[in-house]
Design a protein around this ligand. Structure first.
Ligand code: B12
Length: 211
């Protein structure tokens, strides 16, 4: 039985050489990339998420862990995940809405989704509704993620959802919304399918909505 918890623990502690060594050991023992991702790396990000909730870790450290996890996935697991045909959750189009330049939270959510096996198309910041509609048409995603960090850009989430609706694409996608000023009440009010307060619950939400 492989000690996946030690991958999680070392990832959360930022011990990068040890994480690489353990992931390589797991691969050498013939464990699947998906197992290593779900049991080891995602466990580490859950620990980091909990530390964030308790204010025990600073944002730059969180970003460093998330970026490192992305690098391990890219360099060590991605080719195998593709071979294993592990993209079980399909495509997600993600954007910070028009008028809003905040992307740290969006990028964290994207990294977690990426790590969990979603194929995320990141449209970036300050994204107008039409660009999002065009991206849905082009990429045929199962889900759209919208982020807003300002009370002044929250209405742009509603405008974006309305534009998706008016374009006749609403039934094709689930829509999840988030960002510091957003809450469940707002999500219900604007007709989103779901809201999550942070990156690890966003991943759970996305899996739940698509199951
Ligand atoms: C960093 C920051 C900036 C940086 C952004 C850099 C960047 N690349 O993102 C800069 C300096 C550019 C900036 C600019 C401004 N900012 Co600013 N900024 C912040 C700050 C300090 C941190 C935001 C952050 O990154 N948090 C960390 C991340 C990890 O958290 P998060 O974004 O909330 O994301 C998490 C969740 O919300 C959730 N989530 C996020 N998106 C999504 C999406 C989905 C689908 C889901 C499910 C979940 C989800 O998961 C994330 C991870 O756990 C906040 C204060 C704060 N504490 O929030 C102010 C804050 C958001 N900013 C504020 C303001 C006022 C501004 C400016 C207007 C300032 C100015 N006068 O110019 C400009 C606006 C620029 C613009 N048009 O967007 C105010 C907003 C007030 C309000 N009520 O609207 C805040 C609250 C500060 C304050 N207390 O006044 N800002």
């Amino acid at each position: 039985m492989f000690d996946f918890a030690s991958i999680s623990k070392n990832l959360a502690e930022g011990n990068q050489p040890k994480v690489r060594e353990l992931v390589q050991q797991a691969l050498d023992r013939g464990l699947s990339a998906k197992e290593i991702l779900d049991e080891g790396l995602m466990g580490g990000m859950s620990i980091v998420g909990e530390m964030m909730e308790r204010d025990e870790i600073m944002i730059p450290e969180v970003l460093a862990v998330a970026q490192f996890m992305g690098a391990v996935i890219d360099e060590m697991l991605k080719p195998l995940l593709l071979e294993e045909d592990m993209n079980p959750y399909g495509k997600v189009v993600f954007a910070t809405v028009k008028g809003d330049l905040h992307d740290i939270g969006k990028n964290l959510v994207i990294m977690m989704l990426d790590g969990a096996g979603f194929d995320v198309i990141d449209l970036g910041i300050d994204v107008p509704p039409k660009t999002i509609v065009d991206a849905i048409r082009e990429n045929n995603p199962k889900m759209v993620g919208l982020s807003a960090l300002l009370t002044t850009t929250m209405p742009m989430i509603e405008k974006t959802i309305d534009t998706i609706q008016d374009s006749g694409l609403r039934d094709q996608v689930k829509i999840m919304v988030g960002g510091a000023p957003v809450d469940q009440g707002f999500a219900d009010e604007v007709g989103a399918d779901g809201y999550a307060p942070d990156a690890s619950s966003a991943t759970k939400l996305a899996k739940g909505l698509l199951n």
